[in-house]
Ligand binder design. Sequence first.
Ligand code: AMP
Ligand code: MG
Length: 347
Amino acid sequence: MISKQILSRPLSRSGINALNVALVIALIVLCHTTTASAGWQKEQQDIMGTRIIVEAYHDDDATAREAIAAVMDEMHRIDNAMSPFKPDSELSRVNREAADHPVRISKELFRLLQRSLDFSRLTDGAFDITFASAGFLYDYRAHIRPDEKALNEAVSHINYHNVHLDPESGTVFFAQPGVKIDLGGIAKGYAVDLGIALIQARGITNALVTAGGDSRVIGERWGRPWQIGIRDPRNRDGIVAKIPLENVAVSTSGDYERFFEEDNVRYHHIIDPKTGDSARELQSATLIGPNATTTDALSTSVFVLGVDRGLALVNRLGDIDAILVDSKGHLHYSSGLENLTAAKATR
Ligand code: AMP
Ligand code: MG
């Protein structure tokens, strides 16, 4: 749950103190003042194309260290199975073959595809792993985007109904050629949840696992709630709010992660499945909820849905909260965070 004590801060772009600046990591920041100390262990590695950070406390340092190593191994395992960039991954095989014939897949991938389709239904198609049918035409680093003709052709294949899962045979089949899938909007959160489970299985009750913009915390840090800072989408070193958290997951989707600009238009990695173009109603969407698989999928979804439809969805769900930064840089909160409106007034 979200700690009742909300430590929002003035949203001035220059007024971030040096300590916080140093602690800003990727799009979500876990604020802390020290690294390893008695009982606390911390490690970071770049896996799944992102920065993985794991911190854990145990009276026995070796137990905490072993738990962190197990989490890192798990991240490598998920990456090897689900990366669209690795030709040998299970996901790549599905993309190569599933339009030709049903492909038998692992129970784990099957289940994650099921969950992805559940989120598509929940979000009225804003979350759609077949966005990749058009998504693969973009190369944000190389500033490459499809022309209108290629985009229109690719968009015709985006539709989560094109992904057929057969529980009997444990297979996935694409209803037409041209369909591609990508789990980039959910796999990091899923990996974070697996990481937390590995940590809890070792009797550890205070820990953090972060994979880029997706984090989950259990217990506390030094007897205080964990704190996350939400990055200012237009200022690398700024944060727009800090929130103390206990036993929750937090995910941020932002248009500043992978993008390029052309004629003052920002082309970035979160795609509106209806158009195949980047969604532009928000600069960032931060979701808080019980597990990181959910917050990861919903942060991507709410980013696509925008302020009104996004908050309507979040407020309907009950155990989920959201902090949105719209295209003008204004903050919006879900109804469960109304006590954050003080921060809104100061922006
Ligand atoms: P996140 O940072 O969690 O919002 O994830 C962004 C990633 O999700 C992108 O890099 C894509 O791999 C994937 N993605 C982009 N648009 C969508 C979408 N509409 N539905 C599902 N996944 C998406
Ligand atoms: Mg996401």
